[in-house]
Design a protein around this ligand. Structure first.
Ligand code: ADP
Ligand code: MG
Length: 314
């Protein structure tokens, strides 16, 4: 392709919200064999909502939610935000959603004054969080976090979590003072266009793959819904780049699509990194393409544009 053709393609991309960082990236996209999608915030809307609250001890539901929200208040994770949001509504309105005519609607509920004080907060990547409330250790996260901290997961709790996961939800376990207090179920719906894009890619001869830090069962349920067969679950944040490299082995051109800080090493390692425009700055920086519209159809647009620019018509 001539420099003019590259310039035109870059312009066409920009007009469609597909920002291309350079001609090399534009050229590589035509040869993409695998597209590896991050799950949360990329295939899914990234708008997690709490769907289930289960307390296994005698603790009051409101008290349980307040405790968990207090622990998660310092976390930037979308799961944490969903929990704090849910608990906040529960605390102020005694229900998860705000009715339009709620009498205390004007009350400032954004301040964190309603929460317990938490100290020594730490985020444990790929696992959850821990901190101290009232001098006692609280853990909020997945099984791995519980197992590593020596918390026993009783069979009835395990069964409850499995049930959540089989319906594509993420199960979040809560332990306080060494005991399993309860479980939260969080759902994050697929983007509307996700399934059709996966089907479209396959028709173009491109193989879709999913990678996620989430547990295997939830990942598989989501993958099934969207039509992806190859799923790499329970991948630690640093491991996503390794997944990309494993697909590059036979000289295959691999694209990575992601939105999170977690995804930036994988975006950088891939041949064609595509960041969701609504994602974090670090991901956008690491990528070759930025999909400004936050619409997965633009993955197809990007590949199409490259093919049309570089494939010579004989
Ligand atoms: P993803 O690829 O889904 O963004 P992460 O590596 O961010 O994965 O998280 C993996 C898993 O670790 C989550 O599915 C969740 O089980 C657990 N986790 C991480 N952060 C938190 C948190 N703040 N609260 C509860 N669980 C968490
Ligand atoms: Mg993500």
């Amino acid at each position: 392709a001539t420099p003019t053709a590259v310039m035109v393609a870059t312009g066409v991309g920009a007009n469609n919200g597909v920002l291309i960082k350079g001609g090399d990236a534009l050229e590589r996209a035509q040869k993409i064999k695998y597209v590896i999608f991050d799950k949360t915030g990329t295939l899914t809307q990234g708008k997690a909502t709490v769907t289930t609250v289960k307390v296994f001890t005698g603790m009051d539901r409101g008290e349980f939610l307040k405790l968990v929200a207090s622990a998660e208040a310092s976390s930037e994770h979308p799961l944490a935000k969903a929990i704090v949001e849910y608990a906040r509504h529960f605390h102020f309105f005694d229900e998860p959603s705000v009715a339009d005519d709620a009498p205390n609607k004007s009350k400032d509920t954004t301040i964190s004054g309603w929460l317990f004080d938490a100290s020594e907060f730490s985020a444990l990547p790929g696992r959850g969080i821990q901190c101290f409330i009232d001098g006692k250790l609280i853990l909020v996260g997945n099984r791995k976090l519980m197992t590593e901290s020596g918390i026993d997961i009783p069979t009835h709790v395990e069964n409850f979590v499995v049930e959540l996961e089989e319906s594509a939800k993420t199960g979040i376990l809560v332990a306080y003072e060494g005991n399993l207090l309860g479980v939260l179920g969080v759902a994050d719906p697929l983007k509307r266009e996700a399934a059709i894009v996966i089907e479209g890619l396959r028709k173009m001869g491109v193989i879709p793959v999913m990678v996620t830090g989430d547990n295997r069962r939830t990942a598989q349920a989501v993958a099934k819904e969207v039509g992806i067969q190859d799923v790499r679950a329970e991948v630690m944040p640093a491991g996503k780049a390794d997944v990309v490299c494993s697909f590059q082995k036979d000289g295959n051109i691999v694209a990575m699509v992601g939105d999170g800080i977690n995804d930036s090493p994988a975006l950088a390692a891939s041949d064609v990194g595509m960041a969701i425009g609504a994602g974090t700055d670090i991901a956008i920086e690491a990528a070759d393409y930025v999909l400004m519209r936050n619409n997965l159809e633009d993955v197809i647009t990007a590949i199409d544009l490259s093919r049309k620019t570089f494939t010579r018509i004989r």
